[in-house]
Design a protein around this ligand. Structure first.
Ligand code: VNL
Length: 399
């Protein structure tokens, strides 16, 4: 009898447990339907880790400020480290889509990482928000791509026009030997020559473990008015160190380029030699708007006083684009619908006014001419001229 009772009560306990489990699971399922996952794939380790760090910090800041609740759904960020390796980026994107069921993939620290993943976005019909990489062709690689970073050509062409019109006659260009370097070299030269400038030499240095010394010696020998440089974010410090070691800072050769070289992430460590460097770019931590002042303050506060750089705004604005697209679709996560909602979106970023070109899904933004100056004891890119609403030159005519 005792045994039977025990058995019965055990059985009912099991039954109860079972239904409790069933309840718990259905509760979970109901909850899972409300979650919208965004997979953020970034180089968090390796030579381009600063880009990952900046974008992750900015995306998290955006979510902390706006809350995770959007259009009746709970947005969840899944951050993955691709170490800056294209095969890894693509594999992580596949896993995030198939296993984690993310509705959007985002990040993409370098052009090769974005290009390797573009076919996955197309096949899976999942929106891909490019928050960093800057080669013009990227947005043509998939109809599911929208970009919130920049194109190298936007900055390089603007620099070419400015240099030719401001007393620079002869230039040597020096770029990292991969796609955004080639874009920088080409679009700078085209604009500079069109306005009467002459490019004496076009030098290319390897992307991985670059030794700039032999190239800088050739620059010194060629004695141009200016050296135009593109190296990706995070590499500028090495270039600047060797520029100074070779005595180029005292040679009268001006340093110009897109703003990757005077990246806010590392600029303050450059020292006096960097003062006077003129660059054309989309963002400066010193951009004098109320929105940017609040952004810089909040970003520093949340990140151990780290200064936000131009990569960070790609992450911050990328999250804005995802939030606003979800609001437009009332929380629907169908990929084609989300991309449609992103087209033509315009808003004020910490960098200034920006929009997503409806025809090309490419960012349109101001490009500022800036000069490195010491402000309150720290080095900043101080903006002194603005070219408004710059489209990617490659796509400028498209409707
Ligand atoms: C790229 C362009 C990467 C500009 C960068 O830093 C950059 C790219 C990592 O498209 O690979 O500053």
């Amino acid at each position: 009898m005792t045994n039977t009772t025990t058995a019965v009560s055990r059985r009912s306990a099991l039954a109860l447990g079972g239904s409790a489990l069933a309840l718990g699971l259905s509760g979970l399922t109901a909850q899972a339907q409300q979650v919208v996952k965004v997979g953020l794939i970034l180089p968090m380790t390796g030579p381009f880790a600063s880009t990952g760090r900046q974008i992750e910090a900015a995306a998290k800041l955006y979510m902390a400020q706006k809350g995770a609740s959007v259009a009746g759904k709970t947005l969840e960020l899944v951050v993955k480290d691709d170490t800056g390796t294209p095969d890894v980026t693509r594999r992580i994107a596949q896993e995030l889509i198939l296993n984690d069921k993310v509705s959007v993939i985002a990040g993409f620290g370098l052009t090769p990482l974005a290009m390797s993943t573009a076919p996955i976005a197309t096949q899976a019909k999942v929106p891909m928000v490019v928050m960093a990489a800057g080669t013009s062709i990227i947005t043509d690689a998939s109809p599911f791509i929208a970009r919130t970073s920049f194109t190298q050509a936007q900055s390089a062409a603007t620099m070419g026009n400015w240099a030719a019109k401001n007393g620079v006659k002869k230039v040597v260009s020096l770029v990292s030997d991969y796609a955004p370097g080639h874009d920088s070299e080409k679009f700078f030269a085209e604009a500079f020559k069109a306005d009467g400038g002459e490019v004496l030499q076009s030098l290319r240095v390897p992307l991985q473990n670059p030794d700039f010394a032999p190239f800088l010696q050739r620059v010194k020998d060629a004695a141009p008015d200016a050296l135009f440089v593109f190296v990706p974010s995070g590499v500028g410090a090495v270039l600047m160190k060797q520029f100074i070691e070779r005595g180029l800072d005292k040679s009268g050769i001006r340093l110009i380029g897109p703003g990757d070289i005077t990246d806010d992430d590392v600029l303050n460590g450059f020292g006096e030699a960097a003062v006077g460097t003129i660059t054309a770019h989309l963002y400066s931590a010193a951009h004098p708007s109320a929105l940017n002042k609040a952004y810089v303050e909040a970003f520093k506060k949340a990140n151990n006083n780290m200064r936000p750089n131009f990569m960070s705004v790609g992450g911050y604005d990328g999250m804005h684009l995802i939030y606003e697209a979800l609001k437009k679709t009332n929380g629907a996560t169908d990929g084609a619908g989300l991309v449609e909602a992103m087209k033509g979106m315009a808003w004020e970023s910490p960098r200034g006014p920006i929009s997503i070109d409806a025809a090309t899904r490419e960012i349109v933004q101001n490009i500022y001419i800036r000069k490195v100056e010491k402000v309150d004891g720290e080095l900043y890119n101080v903006e002194f001229a603005t070219v408004e609403n710059v489209k990617d030159p490659v796509k400028a005519g498209r409707k």
